[in-house]
Ligand binder design. Sequence first.
Ligand code: SPD
Length: 293
Amino acid sequence: MAASAKPTPTPGWIDEIFDGVRYGLAGRVIAEQQSPFQTVTIIESERYGKGLLLDGCWMTAERQERHYHECLVHPALCGAERIERVLVIGGGDGGTARECLRHSGVQHLDMVEIDGLVVEWSQRHLAAIGGGCWSDPRFHLTVGDGIAWAANAPDGSYDVVIVDGSDPAGPAEGLFNRAFFEQCRRILRPGGVFATQSESPEAFRQVHIDTVTVIREVFGHADPLYGWVPMYPSGWWSWTFAATDGRRYLQPDPERAAAVVRGCEIWSPRWQRGAFDAIPAAIERSLNAPSAP
Ligand code: SPD
């Protein structure tokens, strides 16, 4: 899972290198620092504007972030029974919180990001991604451990829990395991929805399958949705949804959807239907195969 920008760097390019493939943008590094958790890099690219890498892996960029954030947020925010209280774990660039706060029904959003440098540099260099979230009175930021936050939150304290972490290595590793997903389920109210990024069905296929499988075991069901984040390995990405009372995220609330869809670049109820249906045949077979005793 570990990526590296070290082998054979090409001047004028920033690459995530994974498993024999380079995923790169023409541009330059404008800031780089080792935080207590990871190497944080801010770049300026020709095609997608300013962007963020963590430990050499692409996280986001100004002119591509909607491909990711809209797909993670709106199926959950349009699918939960209520949306007054939202928890975002990770999400330090602010893009996930920004999309959540477009829903006027959200009254209180806790965001728990482990790395204060990611927040600070996103506010300074990538202000367009968080937009107005940082000063929204509904937004409450804690720089701390999201896994511990979930473990300590009271039962049924959130309507929506969204996990916007990086890949399952380093500080985000614990965001992919059963114990964490169990806590996320416990802290949801009845009618609540859980959402997480669930990696690439191509570049990180087994991680993707394992993640969906464990969420299905914890919630009794879970549905991956497939889209594209061109700067990520393979460009093909997934987000997975589950709920306390069945697959309610498959039917977006029409009023909530109508209120946000005009401002979306990718997400719409129609796009969402296709994206849930776009499960690759081999992934569907693997997910439906009986697990070994
Ligand atoms: N391989 C990249 C996975 C990154 C997922 N999180 C991105 C953060 C955007 N808010």
